[in-house]
Design a protein around this ligand. Structure first.
Ligand code: PMP
Length: 406
C-alpha cells in the first residue's frame, strides 16, 4: 500500500495553514479539478527557463537544440507512459478540451451529412459541446447512451446505438461526477466490431489508472497535464497513426506546414501537422517530469489508494442523514459527489472552506448528468495519492458539523 505521507514533502503547497491567524490546515480535496505539482515539476520549469529557453524546431543554435531535445524527450516520455506505438502519435495540445476540439473539428470533415456520433449522458461539457458544434456545421446526428440509476452504462444497450451510419463513439474513461470507471477495452471491442472509431476522454482516467492505449485499442485518447501533477495549459491527444494521417490540419500557422505557396500549402508530417505555432515547451517539459514522478509511484498503487480513500468516504457519507451520493457503490475512482438535502452545495463548500477543506461545488461541467439525477449541484471531494486517511476523517467530521450548523 502506498504511504501518502511519503509524498507530501514533495508538494510544498499542501503544507500550509489558511486564514488570517493561519490556524486552518489545508485539506486539498479538489484534485479532479486540478492536482498540485511536485517540486521536481516546479524546478524543471524554472530550470528550463534558466538554462534552455528558446523556440523549438527552428533555431540552429545551442539553446534551440536544447529546447527541441527537451520538448521531444517529453513527447517520448508521454508515449511511453501511455504505451503508444509511436511518438508521432502524441500531439501536444492545451488540454483535454483542445484535444477533443481538434478531433471534433478535423475528423468530422471526413464524415458525410447524416453520419452519427454516439456520446454518453455522463460526459463533461468538453466531450459534448465540440460534437454539437461539429454536428451543426456538418449536419451530423448525435445519439446519446443514457446512464442507469446506479451511475453506470448498460453495455447491452450499446449494440442498438451503433448503426450503419455511426462513425464515432466518444466517451469518458472515468466520470468526474459519478466516479464511474467505464470498461473501455470491452466497449472499444464492441464499437470496432461495428466499424466505429472510439475517442476516450481520459481527463480523469489517465491520471489515476494504468494506461496502455495499444491494449485498450482506443483510436483517440485526450488528457490534461494539470490533472496529473503537470502544469496547466499542456495536454495530449493520442491518435492512431493511420487516422491522424487521414485527418486534415486543425489550425494553420507555423510548424504545421511543409511548404507554403501563394496559392496553398503542403501540411507537415505527424505530429507537427497538428501543432501550429509556438508550442508550450515549458508545459511539455513539466509534463514529462510529472509522468516520471507518477511512474515512480506506480499507477496501480495510485488507483488502489484512491479506492481506499473513496470507500472510507462512502461509508462515512452513508452515516450522514440527508446525504445522497451519486454513482456506483464500488468499482469507481477516487471521488465522491453528493447532495445534502435542501442545502445548497455552495453553502456546504463555503462552510468546509472555513475549516481549510477545499472541495468543489456546482454542476461540474455536466449539466445533462445533473439533470438526469435531479440535482442542481453537488459537492465533490476528489483525491490523489498525497491525500491521507486522516484528511478523509477531517472532511467527514467537518461535513457532519456543516449539516448540523447550516
Ligand atoms: N473531461 C473530464 C472528465 C474532466 O473532468 C475535465 C476537467 N474537469 C475535462 C474533460 C476538461 O479538462 P480541461 O479543462 O483540462 O481541458
Amino acid at each position: 500500500m502506498l504511504d501518502p505521507h511519503k509524498f507530501r514533502q514533495d508538494f510544498p503547497i499542501l503544507d500550509q495553514r489558511l486564514g488570517p491567524s493561519r490556524d486552518r490546515k489545508l485539506v486539498y480535496l479538489d484534485n479532479a479539478a486540478t492536482t498540485q505539482k511536485p517540486l521536481s515539476v516546479i524546478e524543471a520549469i524554472t530550470h528550463y527557463y534558466r538554462e534552455s529557453n528558446s523556440n523549438v524546431h527552428r533555431g540552429i543554435h545551442t539553446l534551440g537544440e536544447r529546447a527541441t531535445a527537451l520538448y521531444e524527450d517529453a513527447r517520448n516520455k508521454v508515449r511511453s507512459f501511455i504505451m503508444a506505438r509511436h511518438s508521432h502519435e502524441i500531439i501536444f495540445t492545451r488540454g483535454t478540451t483542445e484535444s477533443i476540439n481538434l478531433v471534433a473539428s478535423s475528423l468530422t470533415r471526413l464524415f458525410q451529412p447524416g453520419d452519427e456520433i454516439v456520446l454518453t449522458e455522463m460526459e463533461h461539457h468538453s466531450n459534448m459541446v465540440p460534437w454539437f458544434l461539429a454536428a451543426e456545421r456538418q449536419n451530423l446526428v448525435i445519439r446519446i447512451w443514457h446512464v442507469e440509476d446506479d451511475g453506470q452504462l448498460d453495455i447491452g444497450k450499446l449494440n442498438d446505438l451503433l448503426g450503419p451510419k455511426t462513425r464515432l463513439l466518444a466517451l469518458t474513461w472515468m466520470s468526474n461526477v459519478l466516479g464511474t470507471i467505464n470498461p473501455i477495452k470491452k466497449i472499444t471491442q464492441i464499437a470496432h466490431d461495428k466499424g466505429v472509431n472510439v475517442l476516450v476522454d481520459g481527463a480523469q482516467g489517465v491520471p489515476h489508472l494504468p494506461t496502455d492505449v495499444q491494449d485498450l485499442d482506443v483510436d483517440f485518447l485526450a488528457f490534461s497535464g494539470h490533472k496529473m501533477c503537470g502544469p496547466m495549459g499542456i495536454g495530449v491527444l493520442y491518435g492512431k497513426e493511420d487516422l491522424l494521417d487521414r485527418m486534415p490540419p486543425y489550425q494553420g500557422g507555423g510548424e504545421m506546414i511543409r511548404t507554403v505557396r501563394l496559392d496553398g500549402f503542403e501540411p507537415n508530417v505527424l505530429p507537427y501537422k497538428f501543432e501550429a505555432g509556438t508550442p508550450n515547451v515549458e508545459g511539455a517539459v513539466g509534463l514529462g517530469v510529472a509522468v516520471d514522478y507518477l511512474r515512480s509511484i506506480g499507477l496501480e498503487n495510485i488507483h488502489a489508494h484512491d479506492e481506499l480513500l473513496v470507500q472510507k468516504t462512502l461509508e462515512g457519507l452513508k452515516a450522514l442523514p440527508s446525504v445522497r451520493v451519486l454513482g456506483p457503490k464500488s468499482g469507481r475512482g477516487g471521488l465522491a459527489a453528493f447532495s445534502a438535502g435542501s442545502l445548497h452545495a455552495h453553502d456546504v463548500a463555503a462552510y468546509l472552506d472555513r475549516f481549510g477543506v477545499a472541495v468543489r461545488a456546482g454542476h461540474h461541467c455536466a449539466h445533462p448528468l445533473a439533470k438526469r439525477f435531479g440535482v442542481v449541484s453537488t459537492v465533490r471531494a476528489s483525491y490523489y495519492f498525497y491525500n491521507t486517511l486522516e484528511e478523509v476523517d477531517q472532511f467527514l467530521e467537518t461535513l457532519g458539523r456543516a449539516l448540523d450548523d447550516l
